[in-house]
Design a protein. Structure first.
Length: 324
């Protein structure tokens, strides 16, 4: 009896054709060109500012960075008054906005009834869609009179001993500008914090509740530590907007080219200086000094973003509290 070896089965499935690689190469090339183009755009902006500021570089050197006088009549320019105004107004905005935005995010994610979560979240986000000039008008015609007649006199009476509220209460000062900025950056901090808190796993919250934690304890020990990198990122984004805001600040900050001596002093930020004086400068040296102020603002924004990246990386890597 003959034994026959069975022949291997023949497949009738169609043989897949080799996909050409050129679409991948085109895709990678387009994406790389976009990335390099964005980097080139940023470097081009720096180059234009640096080229325009050369006369100021040559005239003042490093003294521009610590000069406290801005006098177009005598062609003496220093950036310190505007750096101080920028940092003070942004700091006030962050101190006011952070607790309000984080509280709103916690309310929307944990405490609000379901029928309120959508409308409240949408209302907060709509604040970001309001043009800055509208905030400026609101600050000028609504907040300014109230600050001048009610808030600032009360602060002078009760907290004048601190030295933070010296001088006459005009209502157009760094405190009012910081207050307007705080309202403008609340949507950014709140939206990012809310999305981060919503990403906390339910198992983590339920574990805290099963151990007898209250709602506050669950939020404080289980949710905020898990979401702190996102909350920090949203806070830095809000700070970045505060540093660069122009129109609203210009309308309420007072626009005085001096270092603020108290929170009731009128001042000026780098952005408001550029908006006020670039097109009405008294000569090429003042124009060069204004462009150098733009470079300083760019450097401050870059430093803030680098610090934020490092903090977020440190928190994400260690999983522990932020220690400076």
């Amino acid at each position: 009896m003959e034994s026959t070896t069975p022949s291997p089965p023949t497949s009738t499935a169609p043989i897949a054709k080799k996909v050409p690689r050129w679409p991948d190469r085109v895709f990678v090339g387009i994406i790389a060109a976009i990335g390099v183009g964005i980097l080139g755009l940023a470097l081009g902006i720096v180059a234009v500012l640096a080229n325009g500021a050369q006369q100021s570089f040559h005239r003042f050197g490093w003294g521009f960075l610590y000069g406290t006088t801005w006098d177009p009549d005598h062609q003496i320019f220093g950036v310190v008054p505007f750096v101080a105004g920028t940092l003070i107004t942004s700091g006030i905005a962050l101190l006011i906005a952070f607790p309000v935005a984080l509280g709103a995010a916690i309310f929307v994610t944990t405490q609000a009834p379901r029928f309120l979560r959508g409308p409240v979240g949408t209302a907060v986000e709509l604040l970001a869609a309001i043009p800055s000039v509208i905030y400026g008008l609101w600050g000028l015609y609504v907040i300014h009179p109230y600050m001048e007649t009610v808030v600032e006199p009360a602060l002078k009476t009760n907290l004048g001993w601190t030295g933070l509220f010296n001088g006459p209460a005009y209502g157009l000062d760094v405190l009012t500008a910081g207050l307007i900025l705080s309202v403008m950056i609340i949507p950014t901090i709140c939206a990012v914090s809310r999305d981060t808190l919503l990403a906390v796993p339910d198992a983590q919250k339920e574990a805290a509740l099963s151990l007898g934690a209250t709602n506050w304890e669950t939020t404080r020990t289980a949710m905020i530590p898990y979401a702190r990198s996102g909350i920090l990122g949203g806070t830095i984004l809000g700070l970045g907007r505060a540093l660069g805001e122009t129109m609203a600040v210009t309308m309420v900050v007072g626009n005085v080219d001096k270092v603020p001596t108290s929170l009731l002093s009128p001042g000026q930020t780098i952005s408001s200086l550029i908006a006020n004086e670039l097109l009405s400068s008294s000569g090429p040296l003042q124009t060069a000094a204004i462009l150098e102020c733009g470079l300083v603002l760019l450097a401050i924004s870059l430093a803030v973003n680098v610090a934020a990246r490092l903090l977020v990386w440190r928190v994400t890597k260690t999983g522990g509290p932020i220690t400076l």
